[in-house]
Design a protein around this ligand. Structure first.
Ligand SMILES: Cc1cc2nc3c(=O)[nH]c(=O)nc-3n(C[C@H](O)[C@H](O)[C@H](O)COP(=O)(O)OP(=O)(O)OC[C@H]3O[C@@H](n4cnc5c(N)ncnc54)[C@H](O)[C@@H]3O)c2cc1C
Length: 240
């Protein structure tokens, strides 16, 4: 294409996602024993928006810490993992269920509709009405994801891979939407058309989401940890 002669389409793409998994800063351990997270998937390191170039240094430092802590965790374990009766059978049955539904939903179509809906309603500029609408749409997509159907065998089957990933994608989409709805301000990567300014009070908290034992999503603001004294001094020096 010669862009001096004809117009070129320009659209905003996703360059980075500041993930959301809460981790301990020294070990990258999550709330799930044995699960460690570093990089885009982890929360907290970059504040409200990542500065260009900081991702690769994040991976080097926190990827190393996660690896070391995971290795310590593995070494500290004794014996074989223990599963309750029927636990594995239930996981296999759920994973294989899409093969048994002849006329269910295509995972590709559900995936595409999820992408389109999130781009339209939970995109770069957000408003309350669109975020509420997105939660309704997610309910419908959840229902469709219960009826996914795939064909073929279990080896090298991208449709099946997508079918097993979709429930996690829907969970992440819901967490992003609920977090964006509750944070009634614009800050860093979050732009709310209906709350254009940053709210100094909201700048002191982070919204933490958890799943209750009954499967309900709970969201609550929690105070941000105080800035370590040496960083506060550095910032002060920078300002003066
Ligand atoms: C165009 C572009 C330019 C960039 N330029 C810079 C730059 O100049 N400097 C900088 O610091 N950062 C830059 N970044 C950001 C940086 O590259 C990324 O943030 C970083 O590579 C993310 O690393 P990660 O390990 O967190 O995630 P990823 O590299 O995305 O790793 C996640 C891995 O998980 C795998 N995976 C996904 N799902 C599953 C599953 N279900 N089972 C098993 N595996 C799975 C994926 O295949 C992938 O290998 C850029 C990003 C983009 C897109």
């Amino acid at each position: 294409m010669d862009i001096t002669a004809e117009p070129m389409e320009i659209a905003p793409p996703c360059h980075y996602i500041m993930g959301g998994i809460r981790v301990d800063a020294d070990t990258e351990a999550t709330g799930v024993p044995g699960l460690f997270a570093a990089g885009e998937v982890a929360a907290g390191l970059h504040g409200a928006n990542r500065l260009g170039g900081n991702s690769l240094s994040d991976l080097l430092v926190f990827g190393r810490r996660a690896g070391m802590a995971a290795s310590d965790f593995a070494e500290g374990r004794a014996g074989e993992p223990i599963f309750e009766d029927g636990e594995l059978d239930a996981v296999f049955a759920e994973a294989e269920a899409p093969f048994t539904r002849g006329d269910g939903e295509s995972p590709y179509e559900v995936h595409q509709d999820l992408q389109r809906m999130m781009q339209d309603l939970v995109g770069i500029i957000r408003t309350e009405s669109e975020l509420v609408q997105a939660l309704d749409e997610l309910d419908k997509l959840d229902d469709r994801a219960e009826r996914l159907s795939v064909v073929g065998g279990r080896a090298y089957n991208p449709g099946w891979n997508l079918a097993t990933d979709l429930p996690s994608m829907l969970t992440v989409a819901r967490l992003v939407t609920k977090g964006a709805l509750d944070r009634r301000e614009s800050r860093g990567g979050q732009t709310r058309d209906d709350y254009a300014a940053a709210d100094p009070e909201l700048g002191k908290v982070t919204f933490v989401q958890r799943r209750s034992p009954a499967g309900e999503y709970l969201i609550a603001p929690e105070p941000l940890p105080a800035m370590p004294a040496e960083l506060a001094t550095l910032l002060e020096e920078e300002r003066s």
